[in-house]
Structure formats: structure tokens, C-alpha cells
Write a protein that binds this ligand. Structure first.
Ligand code: G3P
Ligand code: CA
Length: 263
């Protein structure tokens, strides 16, 4: 029945722990990723930046300033320098209601450390950030995925840059890709855009606040996955699920888990 279909659909919604459980712990730390897993996140979301000496690290911004006690561009610092930084204390200051002493002094993880901590068979949802700033980022990512024997059936690579995704697709067509999109006005997707994205990606990730039911249904009817970002309130999660999204990026994976359970 349609009731059963609706419930089945509910269960399949991918719960993407955005920067880990970043509502509760400092984003892009192993602690935050572990918390995401414990809170029933299906995927660990990792944003990539590259150091001066070519190491891939998990960080959202191109600069160190917001999420560490360092300053300046990631690309102007070596991994050794970045490893000395405190990637947790800022969170305690910014979010005293979620502060914990154990967050002080947490390190910026490398992608390799993330792979070591969670293993080959974890679900990684990895974003190539500012790929134009970091030539060779896609090859480096692929090399590390291969080196660690990461299960590619469980890997998703995402980017706002279609060039970066096309590069990944050329390097290894077996890697599943998601095209991120950012709308500043009500979202529309033409048939031509859908067809062009379908050439290389299995889904899209639009910002959640400019899409509507019609948009979601068009995407789904065209056989693409749709994972809106970043949704932190239960009512909005429920609305998006009702519209037919197939996954959601959230800083609060526990809340999405509750919505999926009907709580
Ligand atoms: O990757 C989905 C979402 O995280 C995109 O925005 O800026 O949080 O990486 P951002
Ligand atoms: Ca991201």
C-alpha cells in the first residue's frame, strides 16, 4: 500500500552527518565524526583542503582562522604546522551549551587518519573544496582511496565544481558523484541541466532553503538522488522527506534519526 511505501521511503533517507555531528562537537574532528556514527549518521561528511606540502586534510574553510587557533591560508602551512593547532577550543567558546573539556586541543585530521579511524567499509561523503586552488586534489584523493582500499560502493564524492567532478569521473568512472548546487533565488532545474548532470553524477545536493516539492519531484523522477543541505530542524526534515528527498545533510544526525523513526 502507499502507507507502506511511505514508511519504506522514510527508512532509506540517507542521514549525512555534516562535518560529523557538528552541532555537538567541533566540526571535522575525529570526535565529531565518531559522534555522528553513534547518532545514527549513515555517512561521514568530509570537506577537503590541501596543505602547502600537499597533504589532504579535513577542513571546511580555506583559512585556519575560524576552526583553529591558527591564522592564514591552509595552502600556506605545512601539515606539521597544522598538526600543532587546536581545532576544538573555538567550539567551546562559540557553543558554551555544548562545550566539553575533552574538545580542547583536538587536532585537524588528515584524510588518511580519517580512513584509518573508520576503515575501508565506512560510508564517506567527501567534498573537493576549492579545487581550483589545489591542482591535483582529485588525483590525490583517488590515490588515498586506492591506497587504503576504501570500498568504492560506499564512497560518495561531492563538489560545487562540475570541473572537479568531471575530472574525478575521468580518473575513475566507478566513483559515485554528487553535484552540489547553491541557489540564491527559488531553485529551478531545466531538462538540459538534469541531462548534463546525469552524464557524470548520481545525484545533486542543493541548499535546502530555495527548493520546493516540484523541484524535488523533478529530480527524483529523472532518476537522480537529492540530498539537500544543511537541515537542522525536525519540521524542515519532515517536510523535505514528505517532498521525496533521498538524503539530508544535518549537523544533528540524532534529530534526523528521530524524524525517520517517526518520533
Ligand atoms: O557538502 C554539502 C554542504 O556541506 C555544502 O556546503 O559549505 O557546508 O560545505 P558547505
Ligand atoms: Ca560540505
Amino acid at each position: 500500500s502507499s502507507m507502506v511505501d511511505a514508511k519504506e521511503k522514510h527508512k532509506d533517507i540517507l542521514n549525512v552527518a555534516h562535518r560529523g555531528a557538528s552541532g555537538y562537537a567541533p566540526e571535522h574532528t575525529i570526535t565529531s565524526y565518531k559522534m555522528g556514527e553513534r547518532m545514527h549518521g549513515d555517512y561521514i561528511e568530509v570537506d577537503l583542503q590541501m596543505t602547502k606540502d600537499g597533504a589532504l586534510i579535513a577542513m571546511h574553510d580555506e583559512t585556519l582562522d575560524r576552526t583553529t587557533n591558527g591564522t592564514g591560508l591552509v595552502k600556506d602551512h605545512t601539515l606539521e604546522e597544522i598538526k600543532e593547532l587546536d581545532a576544538g577550543s573555538w567550539f567551546n567558546e562559540q557553543y558554551p551549551e555544548h562545550a566539553k573539556a575533552k574538545y580542547e586541543g583536538l587536532q585537524v585530521p588528515t584524510l588518511k587518519e580519517v580512513f584509518e579511524a573508520f576503515g575501508k567499509n565506512a560510508n564517506y561523503y567527501i567534498e573537493t573544496k576549492s579545487p581550483e586552488v589545489y591542482p591535483g586534489m582529485e588525483q590525490k584523493l583517488l590515490d588515498e582511496v586506492n591506497e587504503y582500499g576504501i570500498n568504492k560502493d560506499k564512497l560518495l564524492v561531492q563538489s560545487f565544481s562540475s570541473e572537479s567532478l568531471l575530472k574525478m569521473n575521468k580518473l575513475d568512472p566507478t566513483v559515485n558523484l554528487v553535484q552540489l548546487l547553491e541557489y540564491t533565488t527559488p531553485a529551478k532545474l531545466s531538462d538540459a541541466e538534469v541531462q548534463s548532470i546525469k552524464q557524470y553524477a548520481m545525484g545533486i545536493g542543493p541548499n535546502s532553503d530555495m527548493i520546493d516539492r516540484e523541484y524535488v519531484q523533478k529530480v527524483v523522477q529523472n532518476g537522480l538522488e537529492i540530498h539537500p543541505y544543511t537541515v537542522n530542524e525536525k519540521e524542515e526534515m519532515q517536510k523535505l522527506i514528505d517532498w521525496g528527498v533521498t538524503g539530508i545533510f544535518t549537523n544533528f544526525p540524532d534529530l534526523l534519526h528521530e524524524v525517520k523513526k517517526g518520533k
